[in-house]
Design a protein around this ligand. Structure first.
Ligand code: UD2
Ligand code: MN
Length: 290
């Protein structure tokens, strides 16, 4: 067994399904990639290929048992082109990472003010109703990793994955940045009571969850700036997600409000759930102000 593990670099991520299972399904990273995506899309083709392995929005490696069960949660409204782009790139990468995973698109119903953080909380609750996930990856729809060694899984501490985005010249924009793509284990997420539900509009919710992590005695883990490279699909600020000037001031109160504002105070109504092959689509009413 040890010998097999040495031969195959999937040992830290998976265990072989059976000892007779030979050859082991090894990780097959390609490392940095140029991302030569064509907007005309080969998505239909890709979907047909992937459909053999995916079932109702979920995938598992066929020959190994993944160590972690990962739910990838994306707050969404009206970014259908970005969704296609994300699916096209991410599924093959996640498959190469041999994850047991499901993708949840949490679509905000109606035209009220957008609330990314509250949608993420909904994703957490809904995903866990479906499967016994032990790791959550929260992602923007417009962020595509350029290096498949950037693992979509959980670590000893909450992790910031999108550390080197092209938009920010492949640098961290500031030291405490925790926006974009992050991962937390189920217990890390519950410890901090999830995201705040009260950040309406653009900005601040990522800094709020950063503070929740720090105030609960944890720190942030990160990949290096090579493995952590990302492309952000170019976009303008969406309608009904204007920068909210109230949000910055709220960050002074994170410590006193975090244990009562979050997963334990979350209220919403699911309007529709659709099981696509490559993702689960959940439309939700989060009582957004107009
Ligand atoms: C930054 C952060 C993001 C979040 C946001 C402030 C990074 C890399 N990203 O992104 O994590 O903290 O600031 O809220 O630091 N969305 C929709 N439809 C909408 C509006 C938003 O789907 O109408 C979703 C979508 O997944 C999008 C995400 O919300 O990627 C963040 O919104 P953004 O892309 O407009 O914000 P951005 O790029 O400034
Ligand atoms: Mn963006």
């Amino acid at each position: 067994l040890l010998f097999l593990f040495i031969l195959c670099n999937c040992s830290t991520l998976t265990v072989p399904l059976t000892l007779q299972n030979s050859p082991l399904h090894c990780l097959n990273f390609v490392g940095a990639s140029a991302l030569t995506y064509k907007y005309s899309m080969e998505l239909q083709e890709l979907m047909a290929k992937l459909a053999e392995l995916y079932e109702r929005g979920r995938y598992k490696p066929p020959d190994c048992i993944a160590q972690q069960k990962v739910a990838i949660i994306i707050a969404f409204r009206n970014r259908h082109e970005h969704l296609k782009h994300w699916l096209y790139y991410l599924h093959p990468i996640l498959e190469r990472q041999q994850l047991d995973y499901g993708v949840y698109i949490i679509n905000q119903d109606g035209e009220g003010v957008f609330n990314r953080a509250k949608l993420m909380n909904v994703g957490f609750v809904e995903a866990l109703k479906e499967y016994d996930y032990d790791c959550l990856v929260f992602s923007d729809i417009d962020l595509v990793p350029m290096d498949d060694r950037n693992l979509y899984r959980c670590f000893q501490n909450p992790r910031h994955l999108s550390v080197a985005i092209d938009k920010f010249n492949f640098q961290l924009p500031y030291g405490t940045n925790f926006g974009g793509v992050i991962s937390l284990s189920k217990s890390q997420f519950l410890k901090i009571n999830g995201f705040s539900n009260t950040f309406w509009g653009w900005g601040g919710e990522d800094d709020d969850i950063y503070q929740r992590v720090i105030f609960h005695g944890m720190s942030i883990s990160r990949p290096d700036l090579v493995k952590g490279k990302y492309k952000m699909i170019k976009h303008v600020r969406d309608l009904h997600n204007e920068q909210n000037p109230v949000n910055a001031g709220k960050l002074r109160h994170t410590k006193s409000t975090m244990n009562k504002d979050g997963i334990n105070s979350l209220k919403y109504t699911v309007k529709e759930t659709v099981k696509d092959i490559l993702y689960t689509w959940i439309t939700v009413d989060i009582q957004a102000p107009l």
